[in-house]
Design a protein around this ligand. Structure first.
Ligand SMILES: Cc1cc2nc3c(=O)[nH]c(=O)nc-3n(C[C@H](O)[C@H](O)[C@H](O)COP(=O)(O)O)c2cc1C
Ligand SMILES: [Mn+2]
Length: 516
């Protein structure tokens, strides 16, 4: 059964021995981060933490590290292994047109499953997130929002599900974009320019400006850090809602790099195999998760950008100040005694490592749809997801490794990948030692390294320009004569079968002698 809400999930974590209640007083300013960081760097990622004695916030509770272990990540998505989800996804993608009655009957359960994925809207009086509603008199710092690291620009909401609507299609998007608290009613809105909500925002500007080029120009200039002149600004607002503290599948769906055409509410429904319950927001034309702990409603002015950051980021470095839109909160609703749900990012490994790994496992079948020769993928946590992707392929024609690199660089958010290593299918990409050994033996660097230019993750501090720079692909596959390599390629060193069998027969006895 799907977790109904954050509280149901916390209870499940508790029953599984995966939750620690912290009754020692801890300060949301810097201190909780230091504690959570030590815990997430302990073996296996440590337990989830429910802080129950927060300095300055008597009676309030804060949840952190809920996804921070392989076991909890699987629990969150209600599977034993994440491959179960990719298998389910593959089943849907494998559907062929039914040939006869029997095929049609076989398809019925799948169609029934489909129905479970779509969200359903419930009455406001049944929605827990509306137990307490403030239309005027509220303050965002009434919640124990963390200041994470010493050089951070302020306190940041770090695990928000940001809900926007595409003005052209009406489709809703849920994305996780951090929010810097500027004052009691205002935050930053850190949707990076390649993300879906940023495109919704640009679409609004294009409509508002009545001129596509004006909006494009403003985005281009804001990316360069220059302010837009008064007369050039399109006027208008874009409505935004934010849910904090939902059931784990919904929170997770906000980080999934799904195509913009797919609503995260449906992805969450697929993951939890039960519809997400939504309710109309109070003051904006958006639907929000009915069981969320906290809902913020408000708008982003199309003409307004403000300095956001710095922020100790998941790269392990601070992401620097930059201009981002501003979120004006006009209504807050929450459950009675809301639990504030958050995370911290910083030097890997941290909680987001387990979330990122889950994304890459679940997405493998989707990647294989566009790149059929793909065998396996690994994004080692120290590569902070966008810096390093190792892929193995079944190579069938010359130059195929380079084709695969280019395919990855054109595949949704995988476009940010700074370094791609392509190996043959007999290399286990999950074993980084094996990858280093084979790659470095196999490459002639000048011949096998490919550079290209393109969009770069906004968090990258080394690129020549913000958001734009170079990438590198390493073709570490075995080179073929048809690729111009005519020298003999040696075999890997290993004993022959006869010798192995000989030693196998004696091994039990030898083990005793060897003390193994
Ligand atoms: C904890 C956490 C914080 C994140 N913060 C941001 C952020 O501030 N800005 C951003 O653009 N992406 C951020 N991301 C990544 C996005 O959530 C991710 O790219 C997601 O796919 C965006 O959704 P979208 O494709 O609907 O735009 C964060 C991810 C996690 C796990
Ligand atoms: Mn999306």
């Amino acid at each position: 059964m799907a977790y109904t809400d954050l509280r149901d999930w916390i209870a499940a974590l508790d029953r599984a021995g995966e939750l620690r209640r912290i009754r020692t007083e801890a300060d949301p300013i810097l201190e909780i981060t230091e504690i959570a960081d030590r815990v997430s760097k302990s073996s296996g990622g440590g337990p989830a933490l429910l802080f129950e004695n927060i300095k300055g916030y008597p009676g309030q509770k804060l949840l952190i590290n809920q996804f921070g272990s392989a076991r909890r990540m699987a629990m969150a998505l209600e599977v034993k292994a994440l491959d179960e989800i990719s298998d389910r996804l593959r089943m849907f993608m494998d559907v062929k047109s039914p040939q006869g009655l029997l095929d049609k009957i076989k398809m019925l359960p799948m169609l029934a499953d489909l129905g479970k994925f779509f969200p359903k809207t419930i009455d406001a009086n049944k929605a827990a997130c509306k137990e307490v509603i403030y239309r005027g008199d509220f303050s965002l710092v009434d919640f124990p929002v963390l200041k994470c690291w010493p050089q951070d620009g302020g306190r940041f909401i770090t695990l928000p599900c940001v809900i926007t609507r595409d003005p052209r299609t009406g489709k809703r998007n849920v994305g996780m974009y951090r929010m810097q608290i500027y004052d009691e009613r205002t935050t930053g809105m850190h949707w990076q320019r390649q993300k879906v909500a940023a495109e919704h925002y640009r679409e609004r500007m294009r409509a508002g400006a009545g001129d596509r080029s004006a909006a494009v120009d403003i985005m281009a200039r804001s990316a360069g850090g220059s302010r837009v002149a008064e007369g050039d600004r399109p006027s208008g607002k874009m409505e935004v809602a934010v849910a904090i503290g939902t059931d784990p599948a919904l929170t997770f769906s906000a980080i999934v790099p799904a195509p913009p055409e797919v609503e995260e509410y449906i992805i969450a429904g697929f993951l939890r195999q039960s519809p997400v319950e939504l309710v109309k927001a109070e003051t904006v034309d958006l639907e929000v998760p009915a069981n969320a702990e906290i809902i913020l409603e408000g708008y982003v002015n199309l003409e307004e950008l403000r300095t956001e950051g710095p922020f100790g980021d998941h790269t392990g470095f601070y992401s620097l100040e930059d201009l981002y839109p501003v979120f004006h909160v006009t209504c807050v609703s929450h459950r009675r005694d809301p639990i504030y749900s958050t995370t911290i990012v910083g030097k890997p490994p941290m909680e987001d490592a387990y979330m990122g790994t889950a994304v890459s496992r679940i997405f493998l079948p989707m990647m294989k749809m566009s790149i059929p020769e793909l065998v396996d993928v690994n994004l080692p946590v120290d590569g902070v997801f966008h810096n390093l992707m190792i892929v193995s392929i079944k190579k069938s024609y010359p130059g195929q490794a380079r084709k695969v690199m280019n395919a990855i660089w054109s595949l949704g958010q995988a476009m940010f990948t700074k370094c791609i290593i392509v190996v043959d299918e007999d290399t286990n990409v999950q074993d980084v030692g094996e990858v280093v050994w084979k790659t470095l033996n196999n490459i002639d660097p000048e011949r096998d390294i490919q550079f290209t230019l393109g969009p770069i993750d906004s968090l990258d501090h080394s690129s020549r320009l913000p958001d734009f720079g170079s990438k590198m692909g390493i073709d570490a596959t075995r080179k073929w004569p048809t690729e111009g390599f005519t020298r003999p390629w040696p075999d890997e060193v290993a004993s022959d079968r006869t010798t192995k069998a000989l030693v196998d027969a004696k091994w039990e006895e030898l083990k005793k002698e060897l003390g193994l």
